[in-house]
Each structure stands twice: as C-alpha cells, then as structure tokens.
Design a protein. Structure first.
Length: 129
C-alpha cells in the first residue's frame, strides 16, 4: 500500500526521492511494503554490490539478517531531521513508513537511516567523510 499522493522525482545531490503531491497530516501511515529477508551470509554478498545502499537491518530477537523493502521504501532519502520514520513488522515480513509531522505539497519525504528519527549518530556514508 502506497498513499496515492506520493511520487518519485529527482532530488538535488541524492538521485531520486519520494515526494508528496498534497498535504499529509502528522502520524499518517503513508506506505506499507513487503520485504525480502536475507541471511547474514547473503548480506556479505550484497555488501559487494550497489544493493548495499538499499538494504535494511532485519533483527528480530535472536536473528541477524537484512532485508530489501519493496515499494518506495528504498527510495526514501536519509535526513537527521527526517519528517517520517520507518517500522519493522517482523510477523508480517513488512515495513511501514509514518509521518512524524505534517508534510506540505512538494516536500521530499525522508527517513533517518538510524531507525529512530531522533538519532543523530552518523550513518555509514557520513562516517567516511
């Protein structure tokens, strides 16, 4: 499920991103997407490819896996001041994206790749700068 007023477009310095075509209220689930779950061994192979940039940690208790989210989820860009956050649903093998504040028309939707929209720790691509 992807909210009908989302679209993908070019965004400066980041390639593509997800945008809103109209106002979206705070605390709105804007997308629910199934995921493809992969093992830690498969993750080692993925880390050698471009897909490395598009996978998420998948860590239900006692597991060390990763996943590739379908839908728009892998297109949301990172921001330490994100306007959305993502959640894992381990029972249904899915992820969902929810707004943390009102989104205006034309605004890019972002998530914090740390998993918590308040977490300001440098993410992997900022650590090497």
């Amino acid at each position: 499920m992807v909210l009908r007023n989302l679209y993908i477009a070019a965004t400066p310095n980041k390639g593509r991103g997800v945008f809103a075509s109209e106002i979206i209220p705070a605390d709105t689930i804007i997308e629910v997407a199934p995921v493809i779950i992969m093992t830690a061994e498969e993750r080692l192979l993925l880390d050698k490819t471009l897909l490395h940039d598009y996978i998420f940690e998948w860590t239900p208790p006692g597991e060390d896996k990763c996943c590739m989210a379908l839908g728009y989820v892998s297109i949301y860009n990172h921001s330490y001041d994100s306007n959305c956050e993502y959640f894992m649903n381990y029972e249904e093998a899915s992820m969902f994206i929810k707004t943390v504040r009102e989104i205006i028309a034309g605004e890019e939707l972002t998530i914090n790749y740390n998993g918590d929209h308040n977490n300001k720790e440098p993410v992997w691509f900022d650590v090497n700068i």
